[in-house]
Ligand binder design. Structure first.
Ligand code: COI
Length: 355
């Protein structure tokens, strides 16, 4: 309850904003950060008073537990400018729930939803003018939590730091993505942490992604299961295929991130009259559908990437070429989703939280 949370944060504002240094016409992803950040520590078994501080470096012990043992989680959220004016967050309570789901799996304290939201709202209110108003751009929100014990030894940390930073962003990917369904590496297996948004899940993908790049592909399609042929996700996105005019996407099995965009895309597709099935999908059947010309579209979904076309799927000696210009279903869903986020399409599921 809010009454139990000290939302009377200490605020230290910058003397001079850096916003004039940012070129909003060439915004890319993840390079620019707003003037302030929200920081709250967890110590002695409880959340301390939150602070809004000038964006800047954190001071850490070289023995900081997160750096050694990876007790670190994060989220990706977005706020958009609304056509009617003002800003809205897209399904923030889903992100908070997933953040706390990740925290639980990584043996970290859950953050009260009110503390998270209050810190986020006050931070955005302060840096509101940083939110881009160009099509395809948004204010990306990166909350994170890490173990901060100065201690060498593997154990659950006793102290943590929660931080929220904000970035005005453009598109995550500049072009449709070609993917290699990789044979000898895996991102996650059942019982592991594939469903948690924890830092190590991303670190372990880097080397296989470099391998895919060296073979001319942009990213990796992750496979799992006993025969290493069950499709999980792509790079930083959940994945959808359009086969014979119907959508299919891997069913949740704990090995991949349960995307909020994924869930929104399923709902929007159904609202628009498309059939969507969540089921186990093997790479062999996708290649077979491709060869039979039944695979019409493939796309990834994620907060950063939104809905993003896949141009090529490679597996062993096979390559399936797709033509993103013909991806009408993906484009229909993407346009609807983006229009909901900016208040230009009815928000019938009440996904927006205005700030
Ligand atoms: C997101 O989609 O928000 C992510 O966190 C993925 C990526 C930027 C790591």
């Amino acid at each position: 309850m809010l009454s139990q949370i000290n939302s009377n944060f200490k605020v230290k504002q910058v003397e001079k904003s850096r916003i004039s240094e940012v070129n909003y016409e060439t915004l890319s992803f993840g390079k620019e950060f707003t003037d302030h950040m929200f920081v709250v520590k967890y110590e002695n078994g409880k959340w301390q008073q939150g602070e809004i501080l000038p964006y800047g470096n954190l001071s850490l012990s070289p023995a900081c537990s997160a750096l050694h043992y990876g007790q670190s989680i994060f989220e990706g959220m977005k706020a958009h400018r609304l056509a009617e004016g003002g800003l809205a967050l897209f399904r923030p309570y889903q992100n908070i729930a997933r953040f706390n789901h990740s925290a639980k799996r990584m043996s970290m304290p859950e953050i009260p939803s009110e503390l998270f939201m209050e810190g986020l709202k006050q931070l955005i209110a302060l840096d509101e003018n940083w939110a881009p108003d160009r099509e395809g751009c948004s204010l990306y929100i990166r909350p994170m939590l890490f173990g901060n014990d100065s201690f060498i030894g593997v154990r659950t940390s006793e102290s943590y730091v929660f931080v929220i930073i904000l970035c005005p962003v453009g598109a995550y990917y500049a072009e449709p993505v070609s993917v290699l369904a990789i044979e000898n590496y895996s991102r996650a297996e059942k019982g592991g942490v594939g469903h948690a948004k924890t830092a190590g899940n991303y670190a372990k993908t880097l080397m296989p992604v470099e391998l895919a790049k060296s073979q001319g592909f942009k990213d990796v399609m992750w496979l799992g299961g006993e025969n290493h042929n069950i499709i999980q996700e792509i790079g930083t996105m959940n994945v959808f295929f359009v086969v014979d005019g119907k959508l299919i996407t891997p069913e949740k099995d704990g090995t991949f991130l349960e995307g909020i965009t994924r869930e929104s895309v399923i709902q929007i597709a159904q609202d628009l009259g498309y059939e969507v099935t969540e089921r186990q999908i093997t790479i062999d059947e996708i290649i077979a559908f491709g060869k039979q010309n039944r695979l019409q579209e493939a796309f990834g979904t994620g907060t950063a990437a939104t809905v993003h076309h896949i141009s090529k799927i490679a597996y062993k000696n096979e390559i399936i070429d797709l033509n993103p210009e013909k991806h009408v279903i993906a484009n229909h869903i993407k346009k609807t989703l983006e229009s909901i986020k900016t208040g230009q399409y009815p928000d019938k599921h009440n996904w927006l939280v205005k700030i």
